[in-house]
Ligand binder design. Structure first.
Ligand code: KG4
Ligand code: ZN
Length: 338
């Protein structure tokens, strides 16, 4: 079954063709990140307007690169939640128009379930159940993936998402948007012991909190500047990256140990982080478990992951009304929705 995936929940306009949830025939992205960088973060209206401008061309390109025409596609999978609502609606409406005009199934996909499905595209042997940290610009969850479409959230952030903390620290340090890769690049030249940063206390064994950590960076930078001292950007980036990845890795490994998970995964934009990957490689070995990392090209937003998850959503509910043209976009929706 070949699905066309459409993803527009943030600042990337994405389309892809994927077969049976596992084989990528094409994956195309037009990003407005460079323009968003001028404003230091994503401006929702700019994101929506760029989606409107790019979506037809990106979809055409994805079909062309897959050597397909719309007739060869068996369904349209689209991100319908969660995300910037104006941005989500562009993709939903476009997918709806395509599905309506071609009389194909329209398959709504949850964005975070999509991030998890990026792992199926990277690892042909990976099947649920497994434990997964999903860390993106808007979410940080530790999730038990019980089946392709059943999820149990064990822990989550109580305030900022991990990617959001990277973005805010990058802004404080004048490193631009998106912050994660910029902080990571700066950190490679820095000393992680230069600035001691706190591990915020939080209730719940697998919950995380990053707001205090972000504020600690801001306060340290401000205090140094008030004293007329300059902060070392590489040292602060390294100290922050080390601390936040330490927190994420520790919580995930703790959840893995308590649930006796033998397959441990990470997904979402932050899964591209090298320090996090290295820490988990070491920790997972000690647990006698196996670590699955998504390909770097599939960590950030893309439509291949949406088409992959779309396949499993479709398979799980063959009797569902997949022509529900009343589909709407939602700004928020739990990953374990029914
Ligand atoms: O999943 P994603 O592409 O979009 C959302 O669904 O939010 O994640 C984007 C987030 C941004 O906050 C970005 O700064 C972060 O992922 N990110 C990283 C890295 N690459 C992207 N964070 C840390 N290290 C990276 N290498
Ligand atoms: Zn995402």
């Amino acid at each position: 079954m070949k699905l066309l995936g459409i993803e527009t929940s943030c600042d990337d306009t994405c389309a892809a063709v994927v077969e049976n949830g596992r084989v990528i025939h094409s994956s195309c992205i037009a990003s407005s990140a460079e323009e968003q960088n001028l404003y230091g973060g994503v401006v929702p209206e700019i994101a929506s307007r760029r989606h409107i401008e790019h979506i037809s061309q990106v979809t055409k390109k994805a079909l062309r690169e897959a050597n397909c025409r719309l007739e060869d596609i068996d369904g349209i999978a689209v991100t319908f939640a969660p995300g910037l609502i104006g941005a989500v609606l562009v993709g939903v409406n476009f997918a709806k128009g395509l599905a309506f005009s071609s009389d194909k199934p329209l398959i709504p996909v949850h964005h975070l379930r999509g991030h998890i499905a990026a792992l199926y595209l990277t690892h042909p042997d990976l099947k649920p159940p497994f434990l997964c940290l999903v860390a993106s610009g808007g979410h940080s969850h530790i999730v038990e993936v019980q089946s392709y479409t059943q999820f149990r959230v064990l822990g989550r952030t109580v305030d900022d998402a991990a990617g959001e903390a990277f973005d805010k620290v990058a802004r404080t340090l004048g490193l631009g948007y998106p912050g994660g890769p910029a902080v990571s690049r700066a950190a490679a030249e820095g000393n992680r012991l230069a600035y001691p940063l706190p591990t915020p206390k939080v209730e719940g064994p697998y919950n995380v909190s990053f707001s205090g950590l972000k504020t600690a960076v801001l306060n340290t930078v401000n205090q140094l500047r008030q004293k007329g001292e300059e902060v070392s950007v590489p040292d602060m980036a390294a100290s922050f990256e080390w601390r936040i990845t330490e927190i994420l890795a520790e919580k995930l490994l703790c959840a893995a140990s308590d649930t006796n998970a033998k397959q441990i995964c990470i997904a979402g934009g932050v899964a591209a982080n090298r320090a996090l990957r290295e820490k988990l490689e070491q920790g997972v070995q000690k647990l006698g478990a196996r670590l699955y990392l998504p390909d770097l090209s599939l960590c950030g937003d893309n439509a291949a992951m949406i088409a992959a998850q779309g396949f499993y959503e479709y398979e799980a509910k063959p009797q569902a009304r997949w022509h529900d043209y009343a589909l709407n976009g939602l700004p928020t929706l739990p990953i374990d929705y029914e």
